[in-house]
Ligand binder design. Structure first.
Ligand SMILES: [Zn+2]
Length: 142
């Protein structure tokens, strides 16, 4: 009845494993801070400055946190103390993103296989179709 349109996408072991890792990571995470942090140590232009000595003692660290807000890049500078305090929140968010990417890839493989799309990377994109949908070649497998 209502299940006519439901694709026969069966979870694979890989998909289940990735999903488990994502759930576990989510449960272990606290704050998930977006964006990326860059730590820089710099040289200035003053002649005879300690940053030009041998060995050089560079200025910094300058810790900048950039993230995108509505298409704009927002930068905030962090003290070393702040960076240490929130470091795991940046790393946690990155890990969640990586695992979500993996889950998406695994899900795509499951669904593409179920739908017989054959892993064509352009399948499903909003492009004009180049022809009629390919005939199922393995329709006996139902
Ligand atoms: Zn200097």
């Amino acid at each position: 009845m209502g299940d006519l349109a439901v694709p026969k996408a069966t979870p694979t072991r890989t998909w289940q494993a990735v999903r488990r890792r994502l759930v576990a990571a989510l449960e272990q995470s606290d704050f998930a801070l977006p964006g990326s942090v860059v730590v820089r140590n710099m040289r200035c232009g003053k002649p005879g400055c300690r940053c030009r000595a041998e060995p050089p003692k560079l200025h910094g660290p300058y810790i900048s946190w950039t993230r995108s807000v509505g298409g704009k890049t927002v930068t905030r500078y962090l003290t070393e103390e702040q960076y240490e305090r929130y470091r795991s929140s940046f790393e946690g968010a990155r890990r969640l993103h990586d695992l979500l990417d993996e889950l998406e890839a695994a899900s795509l493989r499951v669904v593409e296989s179920a739908e017989g799309w054959g892993g064509d990377p352009t399948a499903g994109q909003k492009k004009a179709p180049t022809g009629p949908p390919r005939a199922r070649t393995r329709s006996e497998k139902r």
